[in-house]
Write a protein that binds this ligand. Structure first.
Ligand SMILES: NC(=O)c1ccc[n+]([C@@H]2O[C@H](COP(=O)([O-])OP(=O)(O)OC[C@H]3O[C@@H](n4cnc5c(N)ncnc54)[C@H](O)[C@@H]3O)[C@@H](O)[C@H]2O)c1
Length: 255
C-alpha cells in the first residue's frame, strides 16, 4: 500500500472550485494545486477567475477559468463539459460559491430569500449533480461542499435566517447524496468554516470584537486554516469518509 503522505497526494487529479476567484475558494484552489491537482476556477467573476487560474499555472499545474453562474443549470453543465473535454475526467468538485445576506425574518423580502437559497443551496445541488454524473461514470470522485458553522448554530448579533437555513440544507444535501452514491465510488462531504477573515469582513469590522468573545481560540480563521481539510477530503486518505461535515471553527460551536 502507498504511504500515508502518498495517499494525501493529488498528483494527476483534476478538480474544480466554484467561487474560486477570491476568498476561501481561492485558498482551496491553491491547496488542491499545491497538493498536485489541475484546477478549474468556476466563478461568476471572469476577471478574478482568470487571475486565480494564472496563479494555479504559476504553481506548475494546468488551469481553466470558466465564467459560470452556479444557479443556471445550462452554465453549470457547460462548465463540466468543458473540463471533461479539456482534461478527460473530473476527480474533485469543490462547491464553494455562496453569498451572505443579513435581514430580519419578519421583513426579509421573498426575492432576497430566493437569491440566497438559489446560490447557496440550489447552486450546490446543480453543481454536485453535474459533477456526480461524470464521477459515477468514472466510478470514482470526491465532492466537497462549503457549508458553514451557521448550519449548526444561529449567529449573533446579525440576523441571517436564509443563510443559516441554506447552509443547514447544504449539510443534509451532502448526507443525502453521500448515501445515494456511497456504493458507486463517489464520496460527498462538506466543510463548515467558522468566521473567516476574507475581504467581506472588512465591511463589518465593528462586529469582530463581539464575535471573538464567542470563539474559544480567540481568533477568526484565516483562509489557510481551511486548506488541510479540503486536501484530506479530496484525497485517497479519506476514501472511507462520506456524508461527513468537517467543522473548522476554532471551537465556536462548542459553546
Ligand atoms: N467568510 C466566512 O466567514 C465564511 C464562513 C463560513 C462559510 N463561508 C462560506 O464559504 C464560501 C466562500 O465564502 P467567501 O468568504 O470566500 O466569499 P466571497 O464573497 O469572498 O467569495 C465568493 C465567491 O463566489 C462567487 N460567486 C458568488 N455567486 C456566484 C454564482 N452565482 N455563481 C458562481 N460564483 C459565484 C463570487 O464571485 C466570489 O468569487 C461561501 O459559501 C460562504 O458562505 C464563509
Amino acid at each position: 500500500m502507498a504511504t500515508i503522505l502518498e495517499r494525501f497526494s493529488l498528483a494527476g487529479r483534476t478538480a474544480l472550485v466554484t467561487g474560486g476567484g477570491q476568498g476561501i475558494g481561492q485558498a482551496l484552489a491553491h491547496a488542491l494545486a499545491e497538493a498536485g491537482a489541475d484546477v478549474a476556477i468556476v466563478d461568476l467573476n471572469e476577471e478574478t477567475a482568470c487571475a486565480v487560474a494564472g496563479e494555479i499555472e504559476a504553481l506548475g499545474r494546468r488551469a481553466l477559468a470558466l465564467r459560470t453562474d452556479v444557479t443556471v443549470r445550462r452554465e453549470v453543465e457547460d462548465a463540466i463539459a468543458r473540463i471533461l473535454s479539456a482534461w478527460g475526467r473530473l476527480d474533485i468538485g469543490v462547491n464553494n460559491a455562496g453569498i451572505g445576506g443579513w435581514a430580519d425574518a419578519e421583513t426579509m423580502p421573498e426575492e432576497d430569500w430566493d437569491r440566497v437559497v438559489a446560490v447557496n443551496l440550489r447552486g450546490v445541488f446543480l453543481c454536485a449533480q453535474a459533477e456526480g454524473r461524470a464521477m459515477l461514470e468514472q466510478g470514482y470522485g470526491k465532492i466537497i461542499n462549503t457549508a458553514s458553522m451557521s448550519a449548526h448554530i444561529v449567529n449573533r448579533p446579525q440576523n441571517q435566517v436564509a443563510y443559516n437555513a441554506s447552509k443547514a440544507g447544504v449539510v443534509h444535501l451532502t448526507r443525502s447524496m453521500a448515501a445515494e452514491w456511497a456504493a458507486r465510488g463517489v464520496r460527498v462531504n462538506s466543510i463548515s468554516p467558522g468566521y473567516t477573515r476574507t475581504a467581506l469582513v472588512g465591511q463589518v469590522a465593528h462586529l469582530v470584537p463581539g464575535w471573538l468573545k464567542d470563539i474559544p481560540m480567540g481568533r477568526m480563521a484565516e483562509v489557510t486554516d481551511l486548506q488541510g481539510a479540503v486536501v484530506y477530503l479530496a484525497s485517497e486518505a479519506s476514501d472511507y469518509v462520506t456524508g461527513h461535515d468537517l467543522v473548522i471553527d476554532g471551537g465556536f460551536t462548542l459553546w
